[in-house]
Each structure stands twice: as structure tokens, then as C-alpha cells.
Design a protein around this ligand. Structure first.
Ligand SMILES: C[S@@+](CC[C@H](N)C(=O)[O-])C[C@H]1O[C@@H](n2cnc3c(N)ncnc32)[C@H](O)[C@@H]1O
Length: 285
């Protein structure tokens, strides 16, 4: 037997929770986003927000706000601009940018590149179910991936592992991307190069934990300078209030010229001072 007096309270609470996410989600028709947000586990199966999913939603919206000006500039720049999301994983970034910005704009394309076939298959199915006709997915390593036409307007790489972020920079350069947004992930190459390396600044990387952190910091400084040397204006900012500080850096770059001799000089000086050469410097040849 149902007990209306007692069940009314939880029902009212569930409705309030549902409306809660709709108030946060900056879409003209949030209900059309609901199946997507459930598939991405941002909403629970019954369409509610729990503490974890509220945190995830807040982070996603924060990142969307940080990327929105560049995406809007990209949409204004051409009839069919392409945003390539590299190391896409489950493509949650691509789906959300499509749902909130690129879909409603009525133009522009999102192409997810990911090495794991299974994730690509799932993303294709989700895009078909959602009716996101201007989303495509390529199962490939970033280093070998080539877009049809050889051009991408904007490149994003969110937590692409280790040197995959460097592959994303090479991809952006060979696809002549005007905008690049990188949130680097774990990073081991430079720490490995510093191990046993004796330069005048060796105290900076003597202890393993400091070598790892200094290595990750130096890697991101070099990435920024490489982009600047290729004519990008670079802004480095906090991605979101995440607990992993070394994975909390957003490198945003916009190309204004073909090259920048001053940045190239700064990069060369830094490399001379530290004395190690990460593989990414191959793009400076
Ligand atoms: C930590 S996950 C991040 C996924 C997604 N960008 C996100 O933030 O939710 C990194 C993803 O990059 C993919 N990946 C790593 N290296 C790659 C490479 N060289 N080429 C293509 N995908 C790569 C992995 O398979 C994994 O799905």
C-alpha cells in the first residue's frame, strides 16, 4: 500500500534536485542535454546530482567558460571550423562543448582522436543517439592522426598522458591550428633526463619528488615557449580547483604570427642553462 503523506517529501526533494542541475546548465533547452549528461555520468541514472557529480558539473562548466571565448572566435572565423579534441577518452569535453556551444551555433565540427578503439565506438554510438551530426571520431595515435583536409582550427588536449601533450602540440602545428588549449597530465620524460644530470642548477632536481615536480613544471614552461616561438600568444592559468596541482595547469594559446624570434631566443637560453633537451624540441628545427 502506498503512503502518500510520507512519500510526498522524497518526491519533492527529487524534483528539487533535478531542477537544481537545470539551473546550473547554461543551455536554452537543458532537458535535451539530460541523456548526454547521464551517459557521461555527470547525472545519476535518475537524473539527479549527487555530491560527486555536482563537483564534476562545476569543473566542466568552469572549463567551458574558459574555452568559450576561443570557440566563439573560431566559430566566427569560418563557415565550417574544426575543433580536434586529442586523447579524447570518453569524449566528455567534445560532447559538452558541442552540446553547449557548437551544436547551438549551427556550424562547426568536433573531431575526437583517441587511441582506444572501444572508446571511439562508444562515442560514435552516443553521438548518433544524441543526433550530434557534426561530431566525428578517429581511432588513432595523436602522432599519426591526420584530419581530412589537413587542417584544424582549434586543438584541445585534456589530460593527454605524458608526452601525448607534446604530440598534441605537433598535431596543432602540422594542422595549422589558430587556437590550442592544453591541460597536461602526468609527465615523466624531463624528470628522466634530469636524473643524474649535473648542471649548475642541479640542486633544483636532486631529490626524486622535486625532480618529478620540477620536471613537470619545466616541461610545461618549454611547451609554452615552443608555442610562443611559433607565433602563439600564450596564457597559462589554473584549470580548476582540482586536488592534483601538477595536472591543474591550462595552457591557452592563440596564433598571431608565424614565428617569434624573441621567444625562440628565450627557449634556447633556458635549454642551455638547464642542459637537457626534451624530444619536443624537434619542432624547433
Ligand atoms: C587521462 S585520459 C583523458 C581523457 C579525456 N581527455 C578526459 O579528460 O576525460 C587520456 C586519454 O588519452 C588517450 N591517449 C593517451 N595517449 C594517446 C595518444 N598518443 N594518442 C591517442 N590517444 C592517447 C588515452 O587512451 C586516454 O583515453
Amino acid at each position: 500500500m502506498s503512503q502518500p503523506a510520507q512519500s510526498a517529501k522524497p518526491a519533492a526533494k527529487a524534483a528539487a534536485t533535478e531542477n537544481d542541475w537545470k539551473r546550473l546548465w547554461p543551455s536554452a533547452r537543458p532537458e535535451t542535454s539530460e541523456p548526454l549528461l547521464k551517459a557521461l555520468h555527470i547525472l545519476t541514472r535518475d537524473g539527479a546530482l549527487n555530491a560527486d557529480s555536482r563537483r564534476k558539473l562545476t569543473q566542466v562548466l568552469h572549463l567551458t567558460q574558459l574555452l568559450r571565448p576561443a570557440i566563439e572566435a573560431m566559430l566566427a572565423s569560418s563557415d565550417d571550423p574544426i575543433l580536434a579534441d586529442l586523447g579524447a577518452g570518453k569524449s566528455y569535453l567534445g560532447f559538452i562543448l558541442y552540446d553547449l556551444i557548437i551544436g547551438p551555433a549551427g556550424k562547426g565540427r568536433v573531431i575526437g582522436v583517441e587511441s582506444r578503439d572501444k572508446l571511439i565506438e562508444t562515442s560514435r554510438q552516443l553521438a548518433a543517439q544524441a543526433g550530434y551530426a557534426r561530431m566525428d571520431f578517429i581511432a588513432a595515435n595523436i602522432a599519426e592522426a591526420a584530419l581530412p583536409g589537413g587542417k584544424a582550427d582549434m586543438v584541445t588536449a585534456l589530460h593527454a598522458c605524458d608526452t601525448a601533450t607534446d604530440d598534441a602540440i605537433r598535431f596543432a602545428l602540422r594542422h595549422d591550428a589558430k587556437w590550442v588549449a592544453l591541460v597536461p597530465c602526468c609527465q615523466a620524460e624531463v624528470a628522466r633526463l634530469l636524473d643524474g644530470h649535473h648542471g649548475p642548477m642541479r640542486q633544483l632536481w636532486r631529490h626524486p619528488i622535486q625532480r618529478r615536480e620540477f620536471g613537470a613544471h619545466l616541461t610545461n614552461v618549454i611547451r609554452g615557449l615552443v608555442l610562443e616561438a611559433h607565433g602563439y600568444k600564450v596564457r597559462v592559468t589554473e584549470f580548476t580547483g582540482l586536488e592534483h596541482t601538477m595536472k591543474n595547469e591550462l595552457i591557452l594559446a592563440e596564433r598571431h604570427q608565424r614565428s617569434n624570434a624573441q621567444a625562440r631566443g628565450e627557449l634556447n637560453r633556458l635549454i642551455d642553462q638547464i642542459g637537457v633537451k626534451p624530444a619536443l624540441l624537434d619542432v624547433m628545427a
